[in-house]
Each structure stands twice: as C-alpha cells, then as structure tokens.
Write a protein that binds this ligand. Structure first.
Ligand code: SAH
Length: 249
C-alpha cells in the first residue's frame, strides 16, 4: 500500500518534470488530441462524401485516404480547408489536387501490394504518401527543389521509408529504377512523354493529364504486348509540365 502511494507520487513528479522539460501542459496535450480527433472526423467525412458517394470503391484506396493526414501536406494557413472538396495552393504557384482526383487517378491504376510506382510531380508529397500506403515502392520526381525537399523531409518524418524523392525533370522519368508497374503524372504535358512509355513494364498502367493549358483529358494507358492501348477518361485541369527553363512540354 505504502509502496503503491510512493510509486504514484514518483509517477506524478516524473510527469510534472516531463511537462516542464518539454514545455507542454495538460491543456496543450488535450487540445492536440482534440485537433487530431477533429481531423480524423473530417477525413472520415471526406472519404464518405467526396469519394465513396462518387464511386471510389477500392478498399485499399479508401483506407489509404483514411490514414494519410492531408492537413500535414498543406501550408499552415490552409489547414482548416485541408479536407474540403477542392485543390489548394502549396506554394511556388503549384497546387495539391482535389481529394477526389487523387483518389480517381490512384484507383484507375489498379494497384497491387507488390507494385513499384513512378510519380511525376511530387508537389506536397500527398499523392506519394497515398501510393506508399498501397504499393511496395514509390519513386517520385519534382522539378521545383524547394517543394521536392520539403516533401522529402515530411515523408521521412512520417516514416515512409518506401518513398524515394528525386529533384529533377520528370519528363525523362527515372531510368535507374525502371520498369514501373504503374506511372502517374500530376502535371500536364501536351503529349505522352516518350521516356515514360519506355519505362512502363509490360502489363503496366499509366495515367496522366494531357492537352492544352485549359483543356486537358486524363488519359489512361496500358502496355499490352509492347503496344500502348489508350483511353480518355475525364476532363481535368492540372498545372503544366515544364522543363528546367520553365518552358511547357
Ligand atoms: N502530386 C502533387 C500535386 C503536384 S502539382 C501532390 O500530391 O501534392 C504538380 C507538380 O508537378 C508541381 O509541384 C510542379 O512543380 C511539378 N512539375 C512540373 N513539371 C515537372 C517536371 N517536368 N518534372 C517533375 N515535376 C514537375
């Protein structure tokens, strides 16, 4: 009994010291938990209203969207809008896509657990995190160094050891790790880049927005016996794919 009291007393002193050292108190701990809870509820609502109701049915895609904390991938001043039904600015004139578009593109790749995927246009790293929840390895390329570096840091902080970020021009793909079971492009070229066609595995799937600045189509391709079979699936509007000099591909 006495031992029990002494133990509780030591524990109390330890907690007080820990809080003093880390600068936290019960109110901040409580409010963090409340904010986490609120975001978890917002995520559930987003998955139900924006994804399931619009036809996204792949269980692995839906559960990836429940797990990945989208609010960590948007700038602090947009955190309250992180789960809303729209794209958001992420700095350097770029945007994180609307959740439905991220889900639609991911689902249409028909991903398996063992797949190795290439993404062109890392941006915030959100799409890469979604892919990393579903597949084995994710290789992602970003041309704007500031964006690529902050996405790399965030993905590392979140323990996504299966995501590999490269700063560079994704038009050329990432030959070193090719061929890929799936390729997803989240910036828009005027045509399907030849190197990406070459780096797609037999039976592999690719999805990308192709077209003019304001009139693009999401195009899905499949490599069958070395040939690419192509279909247009949805009208969309993405930021342009550019080269090192900022010129559009
Ligand atoms: N997938 C991102 C959205 C990115 S927006 C996310 O989940 O947040 C498109 C991104 O493509 C931008 O960050 C832009 O800088 C990048 N981009 C444009 N042209 C590129 C190129 N040639 N190679 C790699 N990235 C490119």
């Amino acid at each position: 009994m006495i031992f029990g009291k002494a133990y509780r007393c030591c524990l109390f002193i330890f907690v007080v010291f820990f809080c003093l050292l880390t600068g936290c108190d019960s109110t901040t701990v409580g409010s963090h938990a409340m904010i986490d809870d609120r975001h978890a509820q917002e995520r559930e609502r987003m998955v139900h209203k924006q994804l399931e109701r619009r036809g996204i049915a792949d269980k692995r895609v839906l559960s990836a969207f429940l797990r990945v904390k989208r609010h960590l991938f948007v700038p602090g001043n947009y955190r309250d809008l992180a789960y809303s039904d729209q794209p958001l600015p992420i700095g350097n004139g770029q945007t994180i896509s609307q959740p439905y578009i991220v889900a639609f593109m991911t689902e249409s790749l028909g991903l398996k657990e063992t797949d190795r995927v290439l993404e062109v246009g890392t941006g915030s790293g959100y799409q890469a995190a979604i892919l990393a929840e579903i597949c084995q390895e994710v290789y992602t390329i970003e041309i704007v160094p500031e964006l690529g570096e902050s996405a790399r840091q965030l993905l590392e902080d979140l323990d996504y050891s299966n995501v590999h970020v490269k700063i560079g021009d994704g038009y050329k793909g990432w030959a070193e790790h090719a061929p890929y079971d799936a390729i997803i492009v989240t910036c828009s070229p005027t045509h399907v880049p030849e190197p990406l066609k070459d780096q797609l595995a037999e039976g592999g799937r690719m999805i990308l927005p192709v077209g003019k600045k304001y009139a693009q189509e999401l195009v899905r391709l499949r490599k069958e016996e070395g040939e690419l079979v192509e279909e247009s699936v949805l009208p969309v509007r993405f930021v342009p794919m550019v080269n090192d000099g900022g010129k559009r591909y």
